[in-house]
Design a protein around this ligand. Structure first.
Ligand SMILES: [Zn+2]
Length: 258
């Protein structure tokens, strides 16, 4: 019974997440404040039963029942993604404050990941929300403090603030040098705040590794997608992916040790 409730909860989180992404996307026909969802093709309101995560998609067989246009598989993917995240978190932390906070953080990162990947767009308030969450929960609950924190011998609040400072300023500095040579910006301003936010969560020592993995993934993407050398890369998405890999590998380590 508990398992079913947990599954429904995380499927709903995924459903909510994709509806927010749809509404935040540039040129979206729906605003964030309009309550009811509607079909992107025919604008007919979606009825309650079809809004149920997973079930709605299956009942409608992946098509809008009014106009027959395909419902993007992205909705289904997002719901299943959050279901798996939920299983991973509840397995490791049970139903606890940690699980809730990690869910909120992954929720925000997922929105930024998709918006940056599709539109090269990192909404400022979600970026700032991540910084706020990182600073608050590390300072108050020491959520992400690990053995690297002990090496530094600093207070939790310094850990998170140094993380933000080094994250923001390192990308700012790289861009400064790039701009000096090329006379144009190489990294978007949203990426500075995003990397600052990642720093406020994982602390300063994790940053070089996250930056390295993120850049490596970005290079792989660049090579395999055969982009022209002038095209823009969703660097923020790769930083998020990299910090997610870092987070999950930490989680695995902890659960194997304990
Ligand atoms: Zn429709």
């Amino acid at each position: 019974m508990d398992l079913i409730i947990i599954a429904i909860f995380f499927l709903s989180v995924g459903s909510f997440c994709s509806s927010i992404i749809f509404r935040l996307a540039p040129n979206s026909p729906l605003s964030l404040y309009k309550i009811r969802s509607s079909c992107p093709s025919c604008s007919k309101k979606i009825n309650i039963i079809n809004l149920i995560p997973l079930v709605g998609f299956l009942i409608q067989k992946g098509k809008c029942k009014f106009c027959g246009s395909n419902i993007s598989k992205f909705y289904l993917f997002t719901e299943i993604f959050f279901l798996l995240i939920g299983i991973l978190l509840v397995y490791n932390y049970g139903i606890s404050l940690s699980t809730i906070i990690y869910t909120i953080i992954i929720f925000c990162f997922y929105i930024l990941f998709v918006l940056d990947y599709k539109y090269l767009y990192l909404p400022l308030y979600i970026n700032l929300l991540i910084v706020l969450i990182g600073v608050t929960f590390n300072a108050k609950f020491q959520l992400f403090l690990d053995e690297t924190f002990l090496i530094l011998g600093i207070t939790p609040i310094s850990f998170t603030l140094y993380g933000f400072f080094f994250g923001y300023s390192s990308l700012w500095f790289i861009n400064f040098i790039y701009k000096f040579i090329k006379k144009k910006d190489g990294i978007g301003g949203g990426d500075f705040i995003l990397f600052g936010g990642i720093g406020s969560i994982h602390g300063p020592i994790a940053l070089p590794l996250i930056l390295l993995i993120g850049s490596f993934l970005g290079c792989l993407y660049f090579i395999f997608s055969k982009k022209s050398s002038n095209s823009m890369l969703p660097f923020g998405s790769f930083l998020i992916l990299s910090s997610f890999i870092y987070f999950v590998s930490n989680l695995m380590n902890f659960s194997f040790v304990n």
